[in-house]
Ligand binder design. Structure first.
Ligand SMILES: Cc1cc2nc3c(=O)[nH]c(=O)nc-3n(C[C@H](O)[C@H](O)[C@H](O)COP(=O)(O)OP(=O)(O)OC[C@H]3O[C@@H](n4cnc5c(N)ncnc54)[C@H](O)[C@@H]3O)c2cc1C
Length: 500
């Protein structure tokens, strides 16, 4: 393989194909890390083809990205109709708990004390002690969302909380393109019609429908599900996750905000043949139904969603096909794929842009190293593949743990045996009432979701043996609730914190 040392060539040409969120995040990320004197960055996008235009929830990685670019929330959030997100509420996925819901928070340092009480309760509940085990009772982030508060503190208060955002994905793309162009990224609006490689297999040139020719030294394939460079041209192949994850379609319908009270949370509510996201933006709700076409057709899914939202037929619905899985290699020759072109799991934990940022972080590490040895490329591929597999296992666990029996779809999911060996082992360990932390460590399952997230999921679905014991509130639990209650008083309302 050709060497790409930063020292031996004057100005390297990096070409990003695709101007969706992934392409613009990648271009800005690289612009930040690679000095303009040595690296020229060109982004090609086709306004005619357009972007997928969904994907409105993030993880805390997006906050780190804006911090890295030194862009304040007051600058980007109003432009993108963005709101805060402290976690995700999973509603109606189970019939095992009193509330049929639980909250998955983004873990923060402040949770350390309360999380240890939670984990202890989980272990004691396995031993038959009838203690509270719903994560909703133990995490500050959930209480903030429940009470219409934001993760931003009132003046004079200092509590560091991990949080994320909801945003309008088209507006985010526009915002990032503007700042990218200001920082010297060269943007071209045209369609790539041909990809040319040299005899070593490295891509050299993209031919555009405007007859322009764009040459590059390194290419970022951010062309969305069409995956033009890595999967189509370099034919790396695709590992489908459809055996593990059945959802392959989505329909999105926006709806108006009914009132001022908007929780800083995403809601993921189970429906007849999939689940519905509900995401608050400052100017509307983003809603969508993720489903499997083997169990419900698109028209019926749209009808079901419209009925829940009381949405008139005049409000357009956007139907989407999802290609679920990952590229067999994320980096081949002088091309890496970023975004939907490298893979997609499904939107349940809103991890797509998270994986974009995680992949870029790993890539820049190796790129700056400058060796580009086959060993480096292999390490990068192993890292990203493992991230995808780790998130896939966590999402499969949501489906596997559901206890609904109202449709073939939910039964097929709980009975699905196509799960990874390590997930099977983890679930067996849990069902035997043993501590899962050592299994998570041994099976390398903590790379993406920490132990507390796994406990939230398994405990949130109420997956314990029945117990007849009478529940007596332990003092420690009462003290912990008081502790959380005192903290909520330090935070602004969600509405207040959206006024910049
Ligand atoms: C139903 C659903 C819900 C989702 N929810 C979330 C979520 O909550 N959170 C999250 O992080 N992610 C979510 N995602 C994923 C998210 O939408 C994507 O990760 C994100 O939008 C980035 O997409 P992209 O840039 O890879 O692709 P796209 O937005 O499709 O962009 C592809 C780009 O490539 C260009 N292009 C393609 N072919 C050519 C060509 N021949 N010549 C020139 N240009 C070309 C297009 O014009 C476009 O600019 C969701 C996805 C789906 C399907």
């Amino acid at each position: 393989m050709q060497s790409y040392s930063m020292n031996n060539i004057k100005r390297r040409r990096i070409v990003v194909l695709g101007g969706g969120s992934a392409g613009w995040i990648a271009a800005n990320y690289l612009r930040h890390h690679l000095p303009i004197d040595h690296f020229e960055i060109t982004l090609i996008e086709s306004k005619e083809i357009g972007i997928i235009g969904v994907g409105e929830g993030s993880t805390p990685h997006l906050k780190q990205f804006f911090n890295m670019l030194d862009i304040d929330e007051s600058e980007w959030m109003p432009r993108c109709s963005a709101t805060y997100k402290t976690g995700i509420s999973f509603i109606n996925w189970t019939r095992h708990t009193k509330t049929n819901r639980y909250f998955h928070p983004f873990p923060s340092p402040i949770d350390q004390q309360t999380a240890s009480v939670f984990l202890l309760h989980c272990l004691q509940r396995h031993r038959g002690e009838n203690l509270p085990i719903n994560p909703d009772e133990f995490f500050l982030s959930m209480k903030l969302a429940e009470q219409g508060l934001s993760p931003k503190t009132k003046p004079g208060q200092q509590v560091i909380l991990n949080y994320a955002y909801h945003f309008d994905s088209s507006k985010l793309g526009t915002f990032l393109s503007e700042i990218g162009v200001d920082k010297g990224i060269h943007a071209i609006d045209a369609k790539v019609v041909e990809v040319i490689s040299n005899p070593n297999g490295n891509v050299t040139t993209l031919l555009l429908d405007t007859n322009q020719v764009v040459a590059g030294d390194f290419f970022i394939d951010a062309s969305g599900f069409s995956a033009l460079l890595l999967q189509k041209h370099l034919a790396v192949g695709f590992d489908s996750f459809t055996d593990n994850l059945m959802a392959d379609r989505a329909v999105a319908i926006p709806s108006p905000l009914e009132n001022d009270f908007c929780k800083a949370e995403t809601q993921a509510t189970a429906l007849s043949n999939g689940w519905m996201w509900r995401i608050p933006l400052t100017n509307r709700w983003g809603n969508g139904y993720v489903f499997s076409s083997d169990f419900i057709d698109s028209n019926d899914a749209e009808k079901e969603l419209r009925a829940i939202l009381h949405s008139p037929d005049s409000t357009p619905a956007k139907h989407l096909k999802m290609k679920v899985g990952q590229a067999k290699q994320h980096w081949k020759n002088n091309v890496i794929a970023i975004g939907l072109s490298q893979g997609f799991i499904e939107p349940l934990e809103a991890t797509a842009l998270h994986l974009v940022l995680d992949s870029l972080g790993a890539f820049i590490h190796f790129y700056k190293g400058g060796k580009f040895s086959p060993d480096d490329v292999q390490k990068y591929n192993n890292h990203v593949t493992e991230r995808y597999n780790g998130i896939r296992d966590y999402i499969v666990a949501h489906y596997k743990m559901n206890t609904r029996a109202d449709s073939e779809y939910w039964l097929a999911n709980s009975q699905n045996q196509n799960i990874s060996d390590r997930l099977r082992y983890l679930l067996d360990t849990w069902h035997k009432g043993k501590d899962i932390t050592p299994v998570l460590q041994e099976s390398n399952m903590l790379s993406h979701h920490p132990a507390v997230s796994w406990y939230c999921l398994l405990s949130g679905y109420g997956a314990y043996q029945a117990t007849e014991k009478v529940y007596k509130t332990p003092t420690q639990f009462t003290q912990m609730q008081r502790f959380i209650g005192n903290f909520t008083a330090k935070f602004k309302t969600h509405k207040e914190s959206l006024i910049f």
